[in-house]
Design a protein around this ligand. Structure first.
Ligand SMILES: [Zn+2]
Ligand SMILES: [Zn+2]
Length: 133
């Protein structure tokens, strides 16, 4: 499996060379703030199967143990890396050229979900980071 994606302006491009380990929707405040949106969709892929093919990201340390990587020109967020999980990273699902390829499997950090957003997709919901972390 090989999937390609990139930022809004096209300067930052990447390829994912394998099926993601998982994919989910994150309602945490850091995702909300950094995207300006109520929720972000992420897929977890192994570091060895992800690479930037065009451009280089800017890096923002959103906490002491994690960084967010985004296009320096248009600001699209592409990746999230944590020091706690060095062999994998999270990639924004909707930066894929075809984001219908991967379906989210769960919701995490629903403790900070906005109350006007109603979830009826039947997916498991976790108040915190969920069982994978
Ligand atoms: Zn861009
Ligand atoms: Zn989040």
């Amino acid at each position: 499996m090989k999937m390609q994606g990139g930022c809004l302006c096209g300067k930052l491009r990447y390829v994912v060379g394998s099926e993601p380990a998982s994919a989910g929707l994150c309602h945490c405040r850091l995702c909300q703030r950094s995207s300006g949106a109520p929720v972000m969709a992420w897929m977890t892929v192994s570091t060895e199967h992800f690479e930037y093919t065009e451009g280089a990201p800017s890096i923002f340390h959103s906490s002491r143990h994690a960084q967010r990587e985004y296009c320096p020109a248009c600001g699209t967020q592409i990746a999230f890396r944590s020091r706690d999980t060095l062999n994998s990273l999270d990639v924004t699902l909707n930066s894929l050229d075809d984001s219908s390829l991967i379906k989210p499997q769960y919701h995490i950090w629903t403790a900070s979900k906005v109350d006007w957003l109603k979830l009826d997709d039947g997916l498991p919901q976790f108040l915190d980071a969920g069982p994978d972390s």
